[in-house]
Design a protein around this ligand. Sequence first.
Ligand SMILES: *[C@@H]1O[C@H](CO)[C@@H](O)[C@H](O)[C@H]1NC(C)=O
Ligand SMILES: *[C@@H]1O[C@H](CO)[C@@H](O)[C@H](O)[C@H]1NC(C)=O
Ligand SMILES: *[C@@H]1O[C@H](CO)[C@@H](O)[C@H](O)[C@H]1NC(C)=O
Ligand SMILES: *[C@@H]1O[C@H](CO)[C@@H](O)[C@H](O)[C@H]1NC(C)=O
Length: 753
Amino acid sequence: MQLFLLATAFSGLLFEQLSATPTPVTHYTKRNSGSDANSKWDAAYAKANAALASYNLTEKVTLATGAGWQVGPCVGNIPAIPAQGFPGLCLQDSPLGVRLSTESSAFPAAINVAATFNRDLMYKRAVAMGQEFRGKGVNVALGPMMNMMRAPTGGRAWEGWGGDPFLAGAGSEETVKGIQSQGVQACAKHWLNNEQEHYRDTSSSNVDDRTQHEIYAAPFLKAIRAGVASVMCAYNRVSNTYSCSNSDLLNGLLKTDLGFRGYVQSDWWATHATTDALAGLDMTMPGNKVYGNAPDSYFGEELVAAVQNGTIPESRVNDMATRILAAFYLTNQDEGFPATNLYSWNFTDPRNQHVNVQGDHASIIRQIDGASTVLLKNKGSLPLKKPRTMAIIGSDAGPNPDGPNACADRGCNTGTLAMGWGSGTAEFPYLVDPLSAITTHASADGTAITSSLSDSDLAAAASAASGKEVAIVFINSDSGEAYITVEGNAGDRNDLYAWHGGDALVQAVAAVNPNTIVVVHASGPVLMEAWIDHPNITAVLWPGLPGQESGNGLVDVLYGAVNPSGRLPYTIAKQRSDYPADVLYTSSDAIPQVDYTEGLYIDYRWFDKKNIAPRFEFGFGLSYTSFKYSALAVWPYALKGGPRASTDESLHQNIATVTFIIKNNGPLDGTEIPQLYLKFPDSANSPPQVLRGFDSVFLRKGQTKVVSFDISRYDISVWDTNKQKWVIPSGKFGVSIGASSRDERLSSSLVLF
Ligand SMILES: *[C@@H]1O[C@H](CO)[C@@H](O)[C@H](O)[C@H]1NC(C)=O
Ligand SMILES: *[C@@H]1O[C@H](CO)[C@@H](O)[C@H](O)[C@H]1NC(C)=O
Ligand SMILES: *[C@@H]1O[C@H](CO)[C@@H](O)[C@H](O)[C@H]1NC(C)=O
Ligand SMILES: *[C@@H]1O[C@H](CO)[C@@H](O)[C@H](O)[C@H]1NC(C)=O
């Protein structure tokens, strides 16, 4: 208490000194979690229990059993129960928009939203997506996806938030809140350890208990505290038991330890037995046993029979039905929810009613594109200043001649890359390619554009680039889901090089043009040692996977309408072997063993521990202006107390606040992304530093703002595998504030009693 009063008094003084700056000290909107979500669940459970009193066994099982593959308009369908007035449920991919739909938006992928390091943009995208799912009559949006980028080639990592669980947790939390604010159920996936595509239907991911809690389950805890309605169990095994059959994982870690009160649905055909219900599976999707149209199901009639012969207690089915119906009430779907009006399987079928749900979402998409574009190198050539001549080089600059949706589920790499492939995709309503967006802008400036869109014709590239004031070379690297192989990549990428010989294309241009700018569209890290230090390469921009507004978002940054503030949500290494983990590509085992031997040390945690210099570190990104940091103060105001469970509300209470000042001391308005890294005491055996705070702070030229970060008990705790609780290690914590994981600007310490 005394500490609290002391700290408050001092911080009052600090703020008084700064009273000339009437700006709020936290720059994003805080949205409630935890106890708030719990009281909403209480009310939803009460409604569900009341409704279920009149359901018979078959009806309860109906709630838990998908109608079958392509039976119904959505990728997953729970049939209506007319006798109960239950309208049924439509479940639809994906984490970046409504999949298999028309007149809907193709949002930037989560990996880009992560690169904004901006909670408000994370939330706003999710609100817009929630509006689109609702407008189409989709009850359950199958996202966010929150598996970690453990191996940099991991095929689906771009559907998630990169290499840090704190960043992934923030993205997941804001996404759940945004989607569910529109009365659409979110689905946290894939539970758990689905970090590679090779062998995903057979392999076992083996992860130690502490790592499981501190890295892989961590974003799920945030989603659960945000009130997520459903969780999807994964294809893979964990500790040699299938995720959807895994009682330790579902009944144990998810429902007991993390306190998840919604329902667990299977990934598509990831149910393996009727008895998966005993392990904690609540809903089977799409309902039938294996891929195809056979109508058999592990649930449905077999589940009714299993209850009747005593294999499965009816109380378990009651619990399943309660959880599913509670999620429906939690999101108020009993009140005025639109009827499903999309039809996934044939867009010209009259059941697809072409309801336009896009609203003004193009503007938030474009805003995220600008905010997620990472400026990796700039020797002063950017922003562009009305060049007289410009060359645009590479197939990634232009359109796919057959249209942006020419390949089902984006399963090809032709034309500019704006999303990966697989079920985590959406149809593009349109795709603004960079060449056309730059051409539009250039014509207003009177810039003459020459283009060469072949990746292999190096002579044509050099000829186009030669003698031009600036040459922009576009390269890319794509990945996706295992059911489609693209250019020999079975989901996971085969390597970390740019596709289509991109390095040679860049080198051919840089050999002839002293003002060469490289733009990289990519699903994850790309090695660029072949050319990054080339003296003629004056700038490198990293727009990731920007969605439908790709070219417009890029133009905003190229010409300086937006001052770049995107930061890498993963490390770009100098060589593949520098990374702590890789995909297991070959195995002769019946159950391939994916051992997470690197433990806690994924992404920057590994590079820091092993003292490996990355090419570009986690959190890195440049600006057209510069920022000065000062006046770091750390204010502890609570006692640390004893071990706590994940569900203990006091674990999540703030116990310290960190404040500092940022000044824009450069030539332009701009946005800075201050990051807080905590260095745990040695007794914790933790990575050298871990991200525990970030914000996106806009500052006019010359402007100063106070930034503050709250630190919770959870933020400074480690998972004690003996106590099976969170404990605060004893000793002094280092507090580091900087512009990236390796650009520390201020440091201090935190001591708790
Ligand atoms: C359960 O309810 C359904 C109507 O939803 C009805 O058709 C069925 O006969 C009922 N089953 C039993 C065993 O009463
Ligand atoms: C109970 O019913 C299920 C589903 O039909 C069946 O698989 C299982 O073998 C039955 N068990 C017993 C003990 O009869
Ligand atoms: C799609 O629906 C249209 C309109 O009903 C129909 O003419 C067409 O044959 C359908 N296509 C397929 C592949 O079923
Ligand atoms: C840079 O570009 C110029 C053409 O302006 C060329 O003569 C030179 O060789 C290039 N430098 C390198 C290292 O390729």
